[in-house]
Design a protein around this ligand. Structure first.
Ligand code: PLP
Length: 380
């Protein structure tokens, strides 16, 4: 294949047309507002999806973004000014920002090499230094489940609240159970680049209706249940629009197809890049089924001195790539924050220096992917 006219992207929205039916219904009923039947339907259908096979049903609240879901999770967890919160380090800043909105003090925890997620041993070490910590925020990077049992065991031992940032991990499972159902409060994102999208949106997943109700109250300007506008707490305008929720209802019907395509893309890279001095983003095959949201490659040490040259070369070939999430402890905005690691040198810094996200768009053709693979081969 020749250099394509159109850039081959990492991940863009993939729609199917049936989204329009839900939007039309909202127009027909003149329900063009926040809240409404599509919001109710989307929450109910997500709850069914996440809770299938479980004893208790999860309670979902659709919101304007994954970030707002995380913010309401942090509030629900009771984080107050000065409270230490132990957070994943290798992630997008939206995992951590809501902790800071509430005046919490993030302490970053290094990753392990088996899933690129929070290392349970580093988390244990973090509790030795910060026994007063009451909340942990855990991400599943690129849709790969963390070592959830080990992380949960540490959390239970120290009797803390676990917030699961499953923004990238909807439809990924761990020991048969859906990501987004492991924390006390869990967040999903439907941003344009995620595995399903509503153009922009998110969801808070709660264990009980009481928590959902409290979050709903905060998300709708904290209005008391009286005739006039009465406020006893600072509120937010975080509710999802009924139009946007309609897009989500249609997208959710396609989630398993999306996951299957993402897996095919990952497997095709794995096969096509065999023999090169690199590995794909790893997962623990015995216990986890990632959603393969983004395929990534990690170059062997020593072969990646020209790391940015590879990015440039692929860029010239009209292929979008991007280094892995830059670890939070390396971000200027968090320069004053503590960072806990257990290996001789931080795993996250090493991953960041050698890892690259590859085009994983659902609409990418096999021909386009073969072209990407060929271009990567030429870099070595
Ligand atoms: C996308 C993302 C978010 C934020 O979601 P938005 O809907 O964009 O606010 C949070 N955490 C992680 C890990 C993400 O990838």
């Amino acid at each position: 294949m020749k250099r394509p006219e159109k850039r081959i992207p990492l991940a863009t929205p993939t729609t199917h047309g049936d989204e329009l039916g839900y939007i039309k219904e909202a127009f027909d009923k003149n329900w063009v507002a926040p809240l409404g039947f599509n919001c109710d339907g989307f929450e109910e259908e997500m709850s069914e999806y996440l809770s299938a096979g479980l004893e208790n049903k999860y309670h979902c609240l659709c919101l304007v973004s994954g970030t707002s879901a995380l913010h309401l999770a942090v509030k629900a967890a009771g984080v107050k000014r000065g409270d230490v919160v132990l957070c994943s380090d290798m992630t997008f800043s939206a995992t951590v920002n809501p902790v800071v909105y509430e005046g919490g003090v993030p302490v970053f925890v290094d990753s392990e090499r088996d899933t690129w997620n929070m290392d349970p041993k580093a988390l244990e070490k973090a509790f030795e230094k910060y026994p007063e910590a009451k909340v942990v925020v855990l991400v599943h990077l690129y849709g790969t489940p963390s070592k959830i049992d080990e992380i949960k065991a540490v959390c239970e031992k120290h009797n803390v609240i676990l917030i699961e940032d499953a923004a990238e991990a909807l439809s990924a499972t761990y020991k048969g159970r859906q990501c987004g159902t492991f924390g006390n409060y869990n967040a999903l994102s439907f941003n344009g680049n995620k595995i399903i999208t509503t153009s922009g949106g998110g969801m808070l997943i709660c264990e009980d209706e009481e928590s959902r109700k409290k979050a709903l109250y905060r998300a709708t300007q904290a209005r008391e249940n009286v005739l006039w506008y009465q406020h006893e707490e600072i509120g937010y305008n975080y509710r999802m629009s009924n139009l946007v929720a309609g897009v989500g209802r249609a997208q959710l019907k396609h989630i398993e197809d999306h996951r299957a395509v993402k897996e095919r893309i990952y497997k095709r890279y794995e096969e096509g890049l065999k023999g090169l001095p690199l590995v794909m983003n790893p997962y623990i095959k015995e216990e986890a089924k990632p959603n393969f949201w983004l395929s990534c490659m990690l170059m062997e040490k020593g072969v990646c001195d020209d790391f940015m040259k590879i990015v440039d070369k692929l860029n010239e070939a009209n292929i979008e790539t991007r280094p892995l999430w830059k670890p939070m402890h390396m971000q200027p905005v968090f320069a004053g924050s503590d960072f806990i690691y257990v290996e001789d040198t931080p795993v996250d810094e090493d991953l960041f220096s050698r890892g690259l996200c590859l085009p994983s768009d659902l609409k990418m053709t096999e021909e386009e992917q073969d072209y990407v693979i060929e271009c990567i081969k030429e870099c070595f």
